[in-house]
Design a protein. Sequence first.
Length: 147
Amino acid sequence: MTRLWLAAVVFLLLFFYSCEEARNDPDLAASLEGEWKVEEMSSQYKSRLQEEVYYVEISMSPEDSTILYISNFYNVNPDAQVVANLEGTRLNLMADQQITRFQSTYTVKGGTGEIATDYQSISWEYQVDDGSGMVDDVTAIYTRADK
C-alpha cells in the first residue's frame, strides 16, 4: 500500500511540475513586442518565385500576457490586427479572423508560429482566404527589426 501511495505522490508531483513548465512566461510575451521584418512565401496570391518582404508590429494584451496582437498581418492593413495565443514557445492564430482593406475582406483561417530559442525569429505557417474561396497556404519568417 505504501508503494502505491508513493507512486501516486510522485506521479502528481511530476504532473504538476510539467503543467508549471507549460505555463506562459509574461517576460517572453513582452520580449516579442516590437517591430518584425516578414519574409513571406505564398502558394496562391503572391509571387511564387519571389518572397514578399514587409513589416508587422507585435503587441501584448494589457489584460492577458497569453494574447498577442499582430498589426499588418499578411500585409493587408497596417491599422488592422489579428490575435494569436501564446502557448509556451508557440503562437496559435485564432481561426476565422477577418481583416478588411478597402472593400476586400481577408479571412485568416488559422496557423502557428514557432518562436526561436533566442527570441529573434518566428517561423510561421498559416492560411488566408482573400474572399475568393481559395485558401492561400503561407510560410513566413519573422525576424527582429527593432533590436
